[in-house]
Write a protein that binds this ligand. Structure first.
Ligand code: DAH
Length: 347
């Protein structure tokens, strides 16, 4: 009987070695320890043995049972690990491999060129003591027109094709001049500020026109401000922006909110004055409409025109960007094309 148990132990050890997977192992365990298993059939035959024999063989058979259980558990762990490893070898993934990444814009190394120019100009004006103001894109009739000396019946309303909201009281601002109107309301002279931002016009697009573009408004109000002051600030601005002397010309220009009004043109930097699609073959680009603030505008802003005067200007940022970087079509600026944007140096 003792020999039988010893044989069974060896048989188990041998069988365990040949087991290849978990279901074979489960069967093996049942074969040795199950109700109808090999150990039980040996124990059953003990039924008529003497108590001493029963006792010593009972102990032996318990040891065998424990050895079988321990062997099965160890083998189970081993089989589980090797199954995991096999799975990994079959379905491995290289997590360091760069897949097709969707560009979410964060990878672009540059700022939009309009932002670059806007920030540069903001720095120039900050250094000259100007404030930087903001205003809403959705404006009311009053701030976009009325307060700027453009009453309801004024033909100048037709100069700008406006996106109106259905209430006909609100609109997408057609210029940043509304920032003048709002800025004056909350300040006492003397003051000077700029107001950069997006503006909207309902017009057909081509190489030099877009329905949404950018302007930078400027206003200085105080005592005894003259056209000479205006020219000084505009010249300082342009030479800082282009980092060189640019050819300019002043023409009289009409804008209801200034008197006298001017158009400051610069010689086209794309074609050097020869004529191209940006300058409409004229060699000159309208860049800086400006003038002395109209007394009615000062009055609307709560400023006494008898005591104070000032100048204002409205700079077209997109044209400036096109001149600076030699971009020949304004539509690139709104293309949303990241390879276009990433060409420009970070601010
Ligand atoms: N608001 C004008 C426009 O969009 C530009 C302008 C002209 C602004 C003369 C000014 C100015 O401040 O003085 O066409």
């Amino acid at each position: 009987m003792k020999q039988n148990l010893e044989d069974l132990k060896n048989e188990f050890a041998h069988a365990l070695e040949t087991v290849k997977n978990r279901s074979e192992l489960v069967n093996l365990k049942a074969d040795f320890l199950g109700k109808k298993g090999k150990l039980n059939s040996i124990l059953k035959s003990l039924k008529d043995a003497s108590p001493e024999v029963k006792k010593s063989l009972g102990m032996k058979s318990n040891q065998l049972k424990e050895a079988v259980l321990a062997g099965v558990e160890k083998k189970m762990t081993h089989l589980e690990l090797s199954e995991i490893n096999e799975g990994l070898m079959k379905n491995w993934q290289d997590v360091s491999f760069r897949g097709s990444v969707r560009d979410n814009g964060l990878s672009a190394v540059g700022y939009h060129p309009v932002s670059i120019i806007q920030r540069e100009i903001e720095d120039i004006f900050l250094s000259m003591g100007f404030e930087i103001l903001d205003g809403p894109h959705i404006e009311d009739d009053y701030h976009n027109f009325e307060a700027l000396n453009i009453p309801d019946t004024h033909p100048a309303r037709d100069m700008q094709d406006t996106f109106w909201f259905s209430d006909m009281q609100h609109l997408l601002r057609t210029h940043t001049s509304c920032i003048q109107a709002r800025g004056m309301e909350t300040r006492k002279p003397p003051f000077k500020f700029i107001g950069p931002g997006k503006v909207f016009r309902c017009e057909a697009t081509d190489a030099s026109h877009e329905a949404a573009f950018h302007q930078l408004e400027g206003m200085m109000v105080g005592k005894d401000i003259s056209v000479a002051n205006l020219i000084y600030f505009m010249k300082t601005l342009l030479s800082e922006i282009f980092q060189k002397e640019v050819n300019v010309r002043l023409r009289p220009g009409f804008f209801p909110f200034v008197e006298p009004g001017f158009e400051l043109d610069i010689e086209c930097l794309i074609c050097g004055g020869k004529g191209c699609s940006v300058c409409k073959q004229s060699g000159w680009v309208e860049l800086l409409p400006c003038g002395m603030v109209h007394p009615n505008v000062l009055k609307s802003g709560g400023v006494d025109p008898e005591e104070y005067n000032g100048f204002a200007f409205g700079l077209g940022l997109d044209r400036l960007v096109m001149m600076r970087y030699g971009i020949d079509d304004i539509r690139h600026l709104h293309s949303g094309n990241l390879s276009f944007v990433s060409q420009f140096k970070a601010y």
